[in-house]
Design a binder for this molecule. Structure first.
Ligand code: GLN
Length: 536
């Protein structure tokens, strides 16, 4: 079949969950047997979100091909179980860079290079890139930002032009907000009307309206919105707050979201999407009664979006272990050897988060020491794993000044050091070791048991690494290096045999944990936490 393009825009306010709506639609279409991909177009000028502070945009997600991406790509993968790549996340920075490069090459010789048509043509070319591969029946394009933003204008103009070019092979979904004004005890439709008007002024008539709301929107109100906004009444659907985002595809299907889109794009279909496995997951979630108490030690804990993929991987793993997740965010900056016992008391497992820089890192060492000595299941990811090695060097190898050269460039015991290949790189952005690399896992290790295999490929985002000069001493004293990159000999996984569960990974398993395919290390970590809770 010809590739169909679905555009998802947002109005009224940001943070309405366009990513979740796009992911839910993709999830339903995939469950009907269609080949689907989702891409995000971000209107900011940064080339990629790699250099953005997590406080501004939340977690930086990493694709298998090593692209530092918007966190929405994480939702896409978790909901669809389909991997994304660099091509699934475009920013204005990349669009402009490409146009400027073409201008310098002389491709537009004699012409004035302008937003229309040059920038819009480049946007349209990028929107169609994945579709042109012939691999997809549906390409869902989420436009970042909110209708009315100056920087979104070239994207919306491109969508307007594409609607003409694509005809029936295209549908526009607009997500808005219907606030409940408690003083008046009323839901208000005016912001939605204004937002759709704004879109119409730009020449785009939405085909489907998804209304985010905290209260049920009565049918008459939806009809009124349909009338004012020129949208078919059955194509005005609500997205009411639900206890978990994983219920959204089901709620959307109940209102025929997938069918509306299929009809709009004149796609033939029959029957219902096969959501059996998804429903099993939801049933497990609703049936779980007992809790598992996990602590997440990191410095960005005030903004849980900074650890989005870890939160979701833990949640999925708790459900597969028939537990409700009780996740306690622990600010590592406030942790020290004297208060750690009190703060971590009662936890069944502790996850030491990834991160950069000195701030809060000493608190991570305190947490690790306490967990190691009290034999609490502990999972270190990236900087978390490096911190496990530093703590072990300081307190078991008796090297009190052991550190990473990231934190102390002149440490006498650089147990974590800059990788050779990183020493010559000075530009910011994309300068880390990124994306998937192979890792050979030692048979009989905890990791091998969890994975059920000994060769894995996992995603990375780091500059520093375990210094192999210390490997022998670490091993002799009880820290086993059980995961090694077969090409570079870099240590990828460490564990302490004999402990309940004490394991650190240089890579990021959280990025590849999905609803239908949760990550085995997370599953095994939470399983160990559950088992530990039962001994207490
Ligand atoms: N700062 C560390 C490094 O660059 C760890 C990075 C991370 O945790 N993602 O190696």
């Amino acid at each position: 079949m010809e590739t169909k393009y679905i555009f998802v825009t947002g109005g009224v306010v940001s943070s309405l969950g366009k990513g979740i709506i796009s992911s839910s639609l993709a999830c339903l279409l995939k469950a009907r047997g269609f080949k689907v991909t989702i891409q995000k177009f971000d209107p900011y000028i940064n080339i990629d979100p790699g250099t953005l502070n997590p406080y501004e945009h939340g977690e930086c997600y990493v694709t298998v091909d090593g692209h530092e991406a918007d966190l929405d790509l994480g939702h896409y993968e978790r909901f669809t179980n389909i991997q994304t790549t660099r091509a699934n996340n475009i920013t204005s920075g990349r669009i402009y860079q490409s146009v400027i490069n073409k201008e310098r090459r002389g491709d537009y010789l004699g012409k004035t290079v302008q937003v229309i048509p040059h920038i819009t043509d480049e946007i349209k070319r990028n929107i169609k890139l994945l579709g042109n591969t012939g691999k997809f029946d549906f390409v869902i394009t989420e436009i970042g930002g909110t209708v009315g933003d100056i920087e979104s204008l070239p994207y919306l103009e491109s969508v307007r032009q594409l609607r003409w070019e694509l005809g029936d092979n295209c549908a526009c979904v607009h997500l808005t907000y219907v606030p409940y004004v408690s003083a008046a005890k009323e839901l208000k439709t005016k912001p939605t009307q204004h937002s759709v008007k704004k879109l119409q002024e730009l020449g785009i008539q939405p085909d489907v309206l998804v209304l985010r709301t905290e209260q049920n929107i009565p049918v008459e109100m939806r009809r009124k919105i349909a009338l004012f906004c020129n949208v078919a009444p059955d194509a005005v659907i609500q997205s009411i707050d639900v206890p978990t985002i994983y219920e959204v595809p089901i709620k959307m299907h109940e209102q025929h979201f997938d069918e509306i889109v299929l009809r709009k794009t004149r796609t033939s279909f029959e029957g219902e999407p096969d959501m059996t496995q998804w429903m099993q997951f939801l049933h497990k979630m609703n049936a779980a009664e007992k809790q598992v108490h996990i602590g997440l030690v990191g410095k960005y804990v005030e903004l849980p979006d900074a650890y989005k993929s870890i939160n979701e991987a833990l949640l999925q793993s708790a459900i597969y272990n028939d537990r409700k997740l009780d996740l306690k965010f622990i600010q590592s900056e406030k942790l020290n050897d004297s208060n750690v016992g009190e703060v971590l008391a009662g936890l069944d497992g502790v996850l030491i988060a990834p991160g950069f820089g000195q701030r809060g890192v000493e608190g991570k060492f305190s947490a690790i020491k306490w967990c190691r000595e009290n034999d609490v299941p502990t999972f270190g990811i990236c900087l978390g794993m490096q911190s496990m090695v530093i703590e072990f060097a300081r307190n078991v190898l008796s090297l009190p000044e052991a550190n990473s050269t990231e934190m102390n460039p002149t440490t006498p015991d650089n147990v974590i050091d800059l990788m050779e290949e990183q020493k010559t790189i000075s530009t910011m952005g994309g300068s880390m070791r990124l994306g998937s690399y192979d890792c050979q896992i030692a048979a009989n290790s905890l990791a091998a048991k969890a994975y059920g295999k000994t060769l894995v490929s996992e995603r990375h985002r780091h500059r520093f690494d375990l210094n192999n000069d210390y490997r022998k001493r670490l091993e002799e004293n009880g820290m086993a290096c059980v995961g090694i990159n077969p090409d570079t000999d870099l240590v990828e996984v460490v564990e302490i045999p004999g402990k309940r569960w004490f394991l650190g990974v240089q890579y990021h398993p959280e990025y590849s944990s999905t609803v239908l395919n949760p990550h085995p290390l997370f599953i095994d970590f939470v399983k160990a936490a559950v088992e530990y809770s039962e001994t207490k």
